[in-house]
Design a protein around this ligand. Structure first.
Ligand SMILES: Cc1ncc(COP(=O)(O)O)c(C=O)c1O
Length: 435
């Protein structure tokens, strides 16, 4: 699940307009899957194949993927597929035996971090990685307090869901969780107040936990460096800074491998997931050994599938492709081009009031042209309008009004131009001011 995509998870009102095969599949799906699932789009899309930055429906129509970050190096990348097949036909066990791949990979992964982060642990999902990070932080610091932002999403386990305000009133924050407004003026002051409030109630700080791109808060990237005073405050209070890089990691923000590096931070724990295996379930954390050691001495950690050789082979191939295809550099260059062009579109549109982001992750604010208020309804029209033009994006933010553009990293200028042309049409077709 990508919680930041929930804003556009709609009941498929357009089901009747589906071609018969898709309509039948939808009926069968509703008959067997639990009701918690949501499909994207008024008229859901059915896919049978993916390649690079395109997904294909069974009729062979190509959809430009400007949304999915899990296939970070491109859908079904042959290098990754080959690594998976080779490892699956050679050996697939777990971390209780000595195997080479996981150690090679841990060495490489740690090498992309530096800053004293010298130990890795592997899980299957980003939720498990954050859950483990919170356990480690509580063990290390002695306190239980956690600070997160107003519309943060950190996972599906009990502990991470209770620290994910984006899940709404159905999942209340735990008593030891403090929620601060999304970054903006006075952000560090809000964090200081949250620390003070925890202290006043006798709750010690364990961790400040933040997505380095604040994806579900509406994509907040700038100014680079604004998180440094927060890191200092957290450390002064005896807590750990946990950088959640599930969204912002593996080159997404352009140039840097990790979103926290863009802010010049030195986190105590970094959690990773989604793009790590280009679609295979591998996630994990890195930390300083001083932070992990006592936890590790007292707590045995075995995650059956975490860091298994097949997933690790996929993850190693992902690192190869990121470097060999220059995907961090591409995210920087194509991302800058896309952002500048999107700003041009915004300047000529009464319904886009701002563009934010870093690298290949953009957020565009959609407002009601009459009231100027955030409009999730109009954003949804734009998202669905793009889907009808066979271009995939999503919506995020507390009001669901922030267009979320987050393509696989091989997205180039020609892809950006295809997206921008369709976006210009979809914006023009959305409600305009009555002048
Ligand atoms: C910032 C962030 N952290 C954690 C997670 C949870 O990852 P997973 O779905 O792999 O458990 C997500 C998923 O959307 C996320 O966006």
């Amino acid at each position: 699940m990508d919680a930041s995509g929930m804003a556009d998870g709609l009941e498929p009102a357009g089901a009747a307009a589906l071609e018969p095969g898709a309509r039948d599949l939808l009926r069968r799906r509703e008959a067997v899957l639990g009701s918690g699932y949501r499909l994207f789009y008024d008229r859901p899309v059915r896919f049978s194949r993916g390649s690079g930055v395109y997904l294909y429906d069974p009729e062979g129509h190509a959809y430009l993927d400007a949304y999915n970050n899990v296939p970070a190096v491109g859908h079904c990348h042959p290098r990754v597929a080959e690594a998976i097949a080779r490892q699956a036909s050679t050996l697939n066990v777990h971390t209780r035996y000595l195997t080479e791949g996981v150690i090679d990979y841990a060495e490489r992964l740690l090498g992309t971090h530096g800053g004293g982060l010298d130990r890795a642990m592997f899980t299957c999902t980003g939720s498990e990685a954050n859950d483990l990070a919170l356990r480690v932080a509580r063990h290390h610091c002695g306190g239980t307090g956690i600070i997160v932002t107003a519309n943060a999403y950190h996972g599906v386990t009990a502990a991470t869901a209770e620290a994910s305000p984006c899940l709404g009133p159905g999942v209340p924050a735990a008593p030891h969780v403090r929620v601060v407004p999304a970054p903006g003026p006075g952000f560090a002051t809000h964090v200081a107040e949250a620390i003070g409030d925890l202290r006043a109630r006798g709750i010690g700080l364990a961790a400040f936990l933040a997505d380095s791109l604040f994806s579900s808060d509406g994509v907040i990237a700038d100014p680079a460096g604004f998180l440094r005073p927060v890191q200092d405050l957290v450390h002064e209070a005896g807590g750990l800074y946990i950088a959640d890089e599930v969204q912002s990691g593996f080159g997404r923000t352009g140039g840097h491998m990790w979103g926290y590096q863009r802010h010049g931070l030195a986190p105590d724990i970094v959690t990773m997931g989604k793009p790590m295996g280009n679609g295979l379930p591998i996630a994990g954390l890195v930390a300083r050994h001083e932070v992990l050691d006592d936890f590790g001495r007292k707590v045995c950690y075995f995650n059956t599938f975490g860091g298994n050789p097949v997933c690790v082979a996929a993850a190693a191939a992902v690192l190869d492709v990121i470097e060999e295809e220059g995907l961090r550099e591409n995210a920087l260059e194509t991302g800058a081009y896309l952002k500048a062009s999107a700003e041009g579109l915004a300047a000529g549109s009464a319904i886009v009031s701002g563009v934010r982001g870093a690298g290949l992750f953009l957020g565009m604010d959609v407002v009601d042209p009459v009231t100027g208020e955030p409009s999730g309804r109009i954003a949804s029209r734009v998202v669905n309008g793009l889907r009808e033009r066979r271009v995939l994006i999503g919506a995020t933010g507390p009001a669901g009004n922030v267009l979320k553009v987050r393509p696989p990293l091989p997205f180039n200028r020609a892809h950006a131009d295809q997206l921008l042309a369709a976006l210009a049409q979809a914006l023009a077709a959305a409600p305009q001011p009555k002048s």
